[in-house]
Design a protein. Structure first.
Length: 188
């Protein structure tokens, strides 16, 4: 569902991470085991959510975060994040980096667009896939959600299927063995 050569997000972007996976006992948040870490990048247009990108991360290290940001976001963009130390290298990079909150204290929702997308994504996965989110297929779920979300306000609803077919023809096929074994190394 990802168009080859699609544009990166630009302008003002909120970036945060969330974990996907069922309820499990143990640590919550960063460091939780058995869950998938997903970066959410939301383009902000006139205080509303524009396009989004979702990217599965292996961990919340600086290396993983900055690599994903460089792949998803156009240089020169303004990026808003929380105070997580993994975002420190952004200060000396090609992006303008603004830290919303340095502390981990609870309070105002300072990345509301990302948090709304995270909540909607989790609700969509629960409703559509009944909570059966297989780790080997998570990239495909994220692709589908991104495709649907970015076309939520399309005036030509009939073109959605046309665009999907257009994209299917433009990319290489995914082999059944890759889908079953989860060997496809596909990120959004």
């Amino acid at each position: 569902m990802v168009r080859p050569g699609r544009e990166r997000l630009s302008g003002t972007i909120e970036v945060d991470e969330t974990y996907l996976g069922g309820q499990k006992s143990g640590k919550r948040g960063r460091g939780a085991t058995g869950k998938n870490l997903v970066m959410i990048a939301c383009e902000i247009k006139e205080k509303r959510i524009g396009r989004i990108r979702l990217y599965r991360l292996s961990d919340a290290s600086s290396k993983s975060l900055i690599e994903a940001i460089r792949e998803l976001i156009e240089p020169g963009s303004t990026i808003y994040t929380d105070g997580w130390s993994g975002y420190e290298p952004l200060k000396s990079s090609e992006f303008q980096h603004i830290v919303i909150r340095d502390s981990s204290n609870l309070g105002d929702d300072l990345l509301p667009h990302d948090h709304l997308v995270a909540a909607l994504l989790k609700r969509w996965l629960l409703g559509t896939y009944q909570g059966a989110v297989g780790p080997s297929h998570i990239d495909y779920y994220l692709d589908e959600y991104t495709f649907r979300f970015n076309r939520r306000a399309s005036r030509s609803r009939g073109k959605l299927f046309y665009r999907l077919l257009q994209q299917a023809v433009a990319i290489a096929p995914v082999k059944g063995s890759e889908i079953i074994a989860g060997t496809s190394k596909h990120n959004i």
